[in-house]
Design a binder for this molecule. Sequence first.
Ligand code: 5GP
Ligand code: MG
Length: 177
Amino acid sequence: VDKAIIMDAQAVKRALTRVAHEIVERNKGVGDLTLVGIRTRGVPLAQRIAEEIKRIEGIELPVGVLDITLYRDDLSTLAYQPIVHETLIPFSINDKKVVLVDDVLFTGRTVRAALDAIMDIGRPAAIQLAVLIDRGHRELPVRADYVGKNVPTSGKEIVSVQLTSVDGSEQVVIKEI
Ligand code: 5GP
Ligand code: MG
């Protein structure tokens, strides 16, 4: 059941523009930055942040992909195991700063798996985390450096993130499960 639209297309766009500016400001430029999106929706989000950064700084950042699947029946079941399936990072991350990008941050388990996968393939200077939505309920000591919107959720709610390139529509909706 749809409960509320918490971001429309304009709000998503503005949040990504702000996050891009924050990334540029925090890192005092983007010379040593790379982006890595977590499939599915972290990838188009990373690409859109890269486009904004290109607009702001005139520099095109490489975007890598991590495919991490959660082994659980549905989003209401906790204590699942995220498995890294595929790592598509066709550029060196050694001594680079890596900005991980995902759509929703929840328990932090996916990010933990992503950190492992990245540190298996190189020695980054730093890893930062950008998410469109932080819905709370962390089970690990993980926090995002850049947040599109904080959305406190109850245990019965999930967040539906819809992006034009994946879903044909663009909005963020809270759903009751
Ligand atoms: P975590 O590993 O932090 O528990 O969950 C984060 C991962 O699960 C992200 O890759 C995210 O896509 C997905 N996820 C967790 N909760 C939600 C949610 O409410 N809505 C959506 N769209 N994805 C979620
Ligand atoms: Mg995901």
